[in-house]
Write a protein that binds this ligand. Sequence first.
Ligand code: NAD
Length: 248
Amino acid sequence: MLLEGKVAIVTGGTRGIGFEIVRKYLANGAKVVLFGSRKETVDKALAKLKEENADWEVDGMFPKLTDAAEVEKAVLDVKEKFGKVDILVNNAGISQSTPLYDYTPEEFDKVIDLNVKALFYAILPAAKVMKEQGGGCIINTSSMVSISGQPSGVGYPTSKSAVNGMTFSLARELGKDNIRVNAVAPGVTKTDMVAALPQAMVDAISAKIPLGRPGEPEDVANAFLYLASDLASYVTGEILSVDGACRS
Ligand code: NAD
């Protein structure tokens, strides 16, 4: 098993891509704490996972990810309970497709707060724990639109380009502490996030996918598994596209 004995935190682990990452990590021997937004959704996800395999060591918390102090406390609670934090997956995110002329500054802030600032809030305490224990691994969630842009909803690609910048920079800064920092950039993936987009937008993107289909959450979770494992021991500062080669 690729993650035997590792302790992982996965934000937004209650559904979609995050839930698949949690399942993959558990199935590969990790202990996982998923961070969700509400107690009910966290409890539901934990029940589903325990039903699949009662031996999996999985726990859940629901800190407000946009509150630096709450996130720091949650990360330190994980260290307290499990003794270390080997892997931090920053997966939680929101999408936005509002046209520019209807966009409000409040909407823009909301996207940046969760998709960018919340990553920094989680990385800060986690990196300190990882440095102290001699190493670790951080995986952020970017998007293919961080490179291509998208025809409306400027906040979302802006936020994901910022994720790339954070990933490149922290890989350079934290290498000396044996902390690898990478990101996965999914393309169109079949989750609630895509179900919420205008169908015309999804159809237009899907028609351009060279592999001829949108991604499944498991396709994306496999990349998170690889990057968290020792198979990627010399991989850092990488944005790994999982998009069927759909980049425009
Ligand atoms: P999803 O909507 O199914 O899941 C999003 C997750 O983020 C959920 O677990 C949700 O609870 C959590 N979340 C949302 N708002 C939150 C908040 N305020 N506080 C805490 N948690 C919150 O979407 P998904 O497709 O699984 O997206 C996961 C990640 O993948 C996101 O970062 C997204 O930007 C990225 N992504 C998705 C696609 C896609 O096509 N689905 C493409 C590129 C990138």
